[in-house]
Design a binder for this molecule. Structure first.
Ligand SMILES: Cc1ncc(C[n+]2csc(CCOP(=O)(O)OP(=O)(O)O)c2C)c(N)n1
Ligand SMILES: [Mg+2]
Length: 656
């Protein structure tokens, strides 16, 4: 390679090799460029192209600077990694971005890519969705990093789902605040005054630390707030300068604040007593639960409360709250006859005790109370401690008789004791009788479910009941976990599978933002992998197509997951909306050449999901249209998953 002022002509190939070795930090000196070109002037000839600019000449011929600047001191982001490591966060699903390059570099080089381990994601929504699913199995939050503006914009729906589902996720967004010194062009376009504003309405807390010590406090505080029930996502804006600059010695010694978990809020003693009195003296008490069991222990406590009262339990399904196999497990219609209802962590108390019919007589909804006017209502809800104004996840206002702003699981031990001591001796026989009646009606409901499941058993495309039961037939001997059910398969798993362990069902998205199913399944499967469990998802077609790249992340990081597709070739939920409204307006729906109103089908061309999955490193099979082929295909897939790989079976299904 030419050296400064050597006067030699430059061999272009050799020069480029040199630049590549020197790397992107190489800088050339313009003086050298001038000297070299002057000395190597060739005989005049007609130009065949535009002459090179000064910069091009310099880049082609100049001497790479050998004294590349190095950091003088310890990187600020190394301290950030030290702080993060104290909280034992196992994984960091993220899509890379320059605005957080400094902490990225520290995490993988200084931190050794352990605790947390970086998981390469192809979309920010996938990263947050994975963290969401992971928490519901592991009970521990993950950290994600995003490009503060565009990355956070991509992530935002998944953040909203986590917010509505009361799931903690710690998000940090890179941002370059210093307008006078940040690089112009793209880094400036990707900066904002306040990136957190984008998600402020649906995060529990956010901060923008301006010093490293401030970061230390913010990160531990963010973790603590996220992990105090009601859980929720939190956001930290990470200034590029703060990450990149060395730690300044200003006489202050950086320290890492100690994290102590906050104990969850319990219901007030007087309110607990009053609730117990109402429940103990009720004729037909009903317990309704949604996100009541935060842990396995929550389930155990709910069984104790239900058995003490011989009260039926309606599980709204936000979590696995109560064993489906228990004789006191009941459907939501049970509330109609109740004289006392206790609702625990309900996302929609109004919706439990009222019915609403869409597209009513005048094109508007019709509301009807389901319960009697004198039915007493008790509520335990931690979400009341954390209400925000803008997004309407708090649902319609429901008046209740006893209202506790408290965590249900933390309140249950006191409530169980209070109920036991409030039951008078002369009521015990009547309470036992209630249990007998519950056993009978549950057996009848189960028989009805089996009859209904048998309908269209041999249909092609395959019925959703058959899909669900063929899957069950192949996984029942595993320590299985249904990590997600996207789309709608008429709740057949809940109706037919013997769900009784906390990890048998994880609940839905919370915010009903479609696209949750695929990433949340992968995140939950990751947590299950580490616990030695078998993960299965029922994967809808529409849900998968929002961001299918998460399939690649599962294969890349060896996350075993069985995805059985509910491929009804459409957005069936929306198909029904447009169809029903067309009926209401006395119009024949315009189907184009598809099976549903234009805009609601995913067909012509039909997506070959098995090929899509295969292209990203999955074992896959399909499309399965003949129900007789389904069991054997799933069996093969189960063997693959047990060997540690993800597998997808693309099944053509009935709409619902
Ligand atoms: C992000 C987002 N976009 C659009 C919707 C509206 N939406 C609700 S259900 C649904 C259909 C989803 O299709 P699929 O996952 O295949 O389930 P299916 O209804 O077909 O069973 C859509 C588009 C939504 N809830 N979230
Ligand atoms: Mg669909």
């Amino acid at each position: 390679m030419a050296r400064k002022g050597s006067g030699l002509t430059v061999d272009r190939r050799k020069f480029l090799t040199g630049v590549a070795v020197a790397g992107a930090t190489s800088v050339v000196t313009p003086q050298a460029a001038t000297a070299t070109t002057a000395a190597s002037a060739a005989p005049a000839r007609l130009p065949s192209a535009l002459p090179p600019t000064t910069q091009v000449i310099a880049a082609e011929t100049g001497m790479p600077q050998t004294d590349v600047p190095r950091i003088g001191g310890v990187a600020g982001s190394d301290y950030m990694v030290d702080v993060i490591k104290t909280l034992n966060i196992k994984y960091l699903p993220a899509n890379c971005a320059s605005s957080y390059r400094a902490i990225h570099e520290s995490l993988i080089n200084y931190g050794g890519n352990k605790m947390p381990e970086f998981l390469t994601c192809t979309h920010e929504e996938s990263a947050i969705g994975m963290a969401h699913g992971y928490f519901k199995v592991a009970g521990k939050p993950l950290l994600s990093l995003v490009h503060g503006t565009v990355g956070l914009q991509h992530a935002s729906m998944a953040v909203y789902n986590a917010w509505c589902d009361r799931v903690p996720v710690i998000i940090m967004g890179g941002n370059d605040l210093d307008a006078a010194h940040r690089p112009p062009g793209v880094p400036t376009i990707h900066s904002a005054q306040d990136i957190n504003a984008l998600v402020r309405d649906f995060t529990k807390w956010d901060d923008t630390p301006v010093s490293l010590q401030h970061f230390g406090q913010s990160f531990v505080r963010a973790y603590k707030i996220a992990m105090t029930p009601p859980y929720g996502p939190v956001m930290i804006s990470l200034d590029a300068g703060l990450q990149q600059e060395p730690i300044h010695d200003n006489g202050e010694k950086l320290y890492i604040p100690k994290y102590t978990p906050t104990s969850p809020p319990q219901g007030d003693t007087g309110a607990v007593k009053e609730a117990a009195r109402l429940l103990a003296s009720a004729e037909r008490p009903v317990i309704v639960v949604d996100r009541a069991a935060r842990t396995e222990n929550g389930m155990r406590l709910l069984v104790q409360l239900a058995e003490a009262l011989q009260a039926r339990v309606v599980d709204m399904g936000g979590r696995m709250n109560f064993p489906k196999t228990h004789y006191l497990s009941a459907g939501v219609a049970t509330v109609n006859n109740a004289d006392v209802i206790i609702g625990m962590e309900l996302s929609d108390f109004w919706g439990v005790v009222n019915s609403y019919v869409d597209n009513g007589e005048h094109g508007i909804g019709i509301n009807r109370a389901k319960i009697k006017p004198d039915t007493k209502l008790i509520s335990i809800s931690s979400v009341e401690l954390n209400t925000k104004s803008n997004y309407q996840d708090f649902q319609r206002f429901q008046s209740v008789d006893v209202s506790m702003a408290a965590d249900a699981e933390a309140t249950l031990p006191a409530l169980i004791e209070a109920v036991k001591s409030a039951i008078p001796n002369d009521r015990k026989a009547a309470i036992e009788k209630r249990g007998e009646a519950a056993k009978k009606s549950r057996a009848e409901a189960q028989a009805r479910n089996h009859q209904l499941a048998a309908l269209a058993w041999d249909a092609s495309p395959i019925s959703t009941a058959r899909l669900v039961m063929e899957t069950w037939g192949q996984i029942k001997d595993q320590d299985w976990s249904l990590v997600s059910q996207s789309g709608n398969v008429s709740s057949w798993p809940q109706r037919l599978w013997p769900m009784e362990k906390y990890h048998h069902w994880l609940g839905g998205s919370g915010g009903y933002g479609v696209g949750y199913g695929a990433p949340a399944s992968v995140g939950a499967a990751l947590a299950n992998r580490d616990l030695g469990r078998f993960s299965v998802s029922i994967q809808a077609d529409g849900d998968l197509m929002y961001a299918p790249g998460v399939l690649w992340t599962a294969a890349k990081h060896k996350i075993p997951l069985l995805a059985v597709m509910h491929n009804n070739r459409g957005y069936h939920q929306e198909l029904m909306h447009v169809q029903r409204l067309s009926n209401f307006r006395n119009r024949v729906a315009n189907l184009g050449n598809d099976m549903g109103p234009i805009g609601t089908s995913i067909m012509n061309p039909d997506i070959e999901y098995h090929k899509l999955a295969e292209s990203m490193g999955w074992w896959a099979k399909g499309p399965i249209k003949d129900p007789a082929e389904l069991g054997p295909a799933i069996k093969e897939a189960v063997a693959v998953v047990k060997s540690g790989q993800p597998a997808l079976v693309n099944v053509w299904t009935q709409p619902r």
